[in-house]
Design a protein around this ligand. Structure first.
Ligand SMILES: Cc1ncc(COP(=O)(O)O)c(C=O)c1O
Length: 397
């Protein structure tokens, strides 16, 4: 299917579809570890890349290739590589971007395990990582050196919804050195709301566990970018280093989930805006962190680079940590759980859960308040979601 001719919703359904012998509407699940060769010579040719066809499902499988084609198209990228998890995608991508002696510049506010990987793990391989506020152009310029190979960030950031201007960071970084890879984690937006490659980024990474799959039944990730780089991440990062490949069954589930990405995201955004406005007006709420509120610091950046404001928001209550926990425990419909982007509304306390890899000092430096509660607004009726918060907050107001 030609890529650019069709709209987003058409591509999320049709791109990557394969012809199959039974004529099934839905692609079969190629649940196989290996592929048959007619002869030893054919096998050798496939290994060498001189013969077409599949070899073994760690490097490539038809089910994963289908979903990779979809995600590459939706992100307006040349190619995509599927991984077993968001962290599988992020680590394979970063391992292929640096060697000992190189440097990475990253924003201070990141998903907890990404922060742990950058601050505690990759540093053991003699890779230096500087954490700066990437909205401060002078701080970015001061952190870039001749050894910098990667500038890495999320926007909106997990869990504060801090917005980072993708175009500004990419322009400043590439003006310093066009070979530095600007890598953006686009998990919170999905390609329906934001396409970092169109704004000057070189690589996009995803936890497809979230909106891309959208149904809370899969752990998965993607890396999207230029063919040459994706070939390297696939051929070395996944095949030789992490081995973190997506299973054919998960690829099938994600292909299925992707068919409804645009309509799911529309409803996530609509519900989140209504909940954000309700919470902003609630006397027990100190602050609402939502890109779509005019009162939010990142509002102008959100308007510039996102097509809508997303389904994620965070709040601080006018209460101490213990009272905040007690209040959240009273929710009946909304579920206390990490992860996000599912049909169910999920609520979590960042400092205790997703960001427990940050020390108290690191939380302060990243601007993550101790009492921050993150909400992934689901697809339930918004009146029911609001009523649940109303009853949980009853003793606070
Ligand atoms: C922004 C972001 N990036 C990456 C990840 C890691 O993804 P996974 O859990 O699929 O490994 C997460 C997980 O919550 C996340 O929120």
């Amino acid at each position: 299917m030609e890529n650019k001719k069709y709209g987003f919703s058409t591509r999320q359904i049709h791109v990557g579809k394969m012809k199959n012998s039974a004529g099934a509407l839905c692609d079969p699940i190629y649940q196989t570890s290996t592929f048959i060769f007619d002869t030893v010579e054919q096998g050798g040719g496939r290994f060498a890349g001189t013969e077409p066809g599949y070899v073994y499902s760690r490097p490539a499988n038809p089910s994963t290739n289908t979903v990779e084609a979809k995600v590459a198209s939706l992100e307006n990228g040349e190619e995509a590589m599927a991984a077993a998890s968001g962290m599988g995608a992020i680590t394979a991508c970063l391992y292929c971007s640096v060697v000992a002696g190189d440097e990475i510049v990253a924003d201070e506010t990141l998903y907890g395990c990404t922060f742990a990987f950058l601050s505690k793990e990759i540093t053991q391989l003699d890779v230096k990582v500087s954490f700066v506020n990437l909205n401060d152009e002078n701080a970015l310029k001061a952190a870039l050196t001749d050894k910098t190979k990667v500038v890495y960030f999320e926007t909106p950031c997990n869990p504060t919804m801090k917005l980072i201007d993708i175009e500004k960071v990419a322009t400043a970084t590439h003006a310093f050195n066009p070979d530095i890879k600007v890598i953006v984690d686009n998990t919170f937006c999905s390609p329906y709301l934001q396409r970092p490659l169109d704004l000057g980024a070189d690589v996009v990474v995803h936890s497809a566990t979230k909106y891309i799959n959208g149904h809370g039944d899969v752990i998965a990730g993607f890396v999207v970018g230029k063919k040459e780089f994706i070939d390297k991440v696939r051929g070395i990062g996944i095949v030789h280093m992490t081995g973190a490949v997506m299973s054919p069954f998960n690829a099938f589930l994600i292909s299925r989930g992707l068919k409804t990405l645009s309509i799911r995201m529309d409803r996530h955004c609509e519900n989140a805006m209504k909940l954000a406005k309700y919470l902003e007006a609630h006397p027990a709420v100190e602050k609402v962190y939502y890109p779509g509120l005019e009162s939010f610091e990142g509002y102008e950046i959100a308007k510039k680079q996102m097509d809508n404001f997303g389904g994620m928001l965070s709040i601080e209550l006018k209460a101490d940590k213990a009272t905040t926990a007690k209040t959240i425990n009273k929710l009946k419909l909304c579920t206390i759980a990490v992860s996000l982007g599912d049909a169910e509304t999920l609520v979590e306390h960042a400092a205790s859960m997703t960001h427990s890899t940050y020390s108290a000092e690191e939380l302060a430096a990243a601007g993550i308040p101790e009492g921050l509660v993150r909400i992934s607004v689901g697809l339930e009726d918004i009146e029911d979601i609001i009523a649940d918060f109303e009853q949980a907050f009853a003793d606070l107001a």
